[in-house]
Design a protein around this ligand. Structure first.
Ligand code: MN
Length: 233
């Protein structure tokens, strides 16, 4: 049965803004999160049995079928994690900036449980950047290795690119969620805001919202103070 216990054990939810999440949401979402941790990598997550099966793709996905990319299987993540874009604080597990680099739906070509068990998962992605068929192939675990190493390989189809074509990682480096760069996410910048500078206009969507926490606390305090004042009268 799917569980998030490993995911939760690794994180302190009073320090990181990553979601605690829960098991149970069924569906076929996929996400790729660009993660500037100690080393930049791309986390591929496929929803199965109410969790996101996850692989850290060290050099990122390639659209070239001949390019096999190492994908280290990591702990299952909650489905809520798909929305997470932000910075994991220094000293915490996975410290660094996370970007929602691609998202959409996935479809297994065969029984995904059998595929995962035997070490060959064939599937199709319908994302903004990644599309078409893919393989995940598990390599034999060598002694001393704690995690399963897989290879992420593009299937040969119309969505594949030749080795001479432009690299998708360089071609499309921005967040599909907010259009931001990793640097802008790290600096908590809102893309739309910096763009609207030239027009001088600020739409409601672009306006900088204060952090919820501060607003809530202030409102509560204000209410109390007001109540006091009223009572005194
Ligand atoms: Mn990661």
């Amino acid at each position: 049965m799917a569980t998030l216990s490993t995911y939760r054990t690794k994180r302190r939810f009073n320090v990181t803004r990553e979601p605690r999440g829960k098991v149970g949401k069924r569906g076929h979402a996929f996400v790729v999160q660009k993660h500037a941790a100690r080393r930049l990598h791309y986390d591929l997550r496929l929803q199965l049995d109410g969790v996101m099966k996850s692989w850290a793709v060290t050099r990122g996905p390639s659209l070239v079928p001949g390019e096999k990319r190492l994908a280290v299987q990591v702990e299952d993540h909650p489905v809520d994690y798909n929305k997470f874009e932000g910075t994991i604080p220094e000293g915490e597990y996975g410290a660094g900036t996370v970007m929602v680099w691609d998202r959409g739906t996935w479809r297994p070509d065969d029984d995904p449980h059998k595929g995962l068990a035997k070490g060959h998962l064939s599937f199709h992605l319908a994302g903004k950047k990644l599309r078409g068929g893919w393989h995940l192939v598990r390599m034999r675990r060598r002694s001393g290795e704690k995690r399963d190493n897989w290879l992420l390989i593009k299937q040969r189809d119309d969505d594949a690119r030749s080795a001479s074509a432009r690299d998708i990682l360089k071609d499309s480096p921005l967040s599909v969620k907010t259009g931001r760069t990793l640097e802008e996410i790290a600096q908590h910048k809102r893309k739309a805001q910096s763009r609207s500078k030239s027009t001088g206009k600020k739409s409601r969507r672009n306006a900088v919202r204060p952090k919820r926490k501060t607003t809530r606390k202030a409102t509560k305090t204000e209410r109390k103070a007001k109540a006091k004042r009223t009572r005194r009268r």
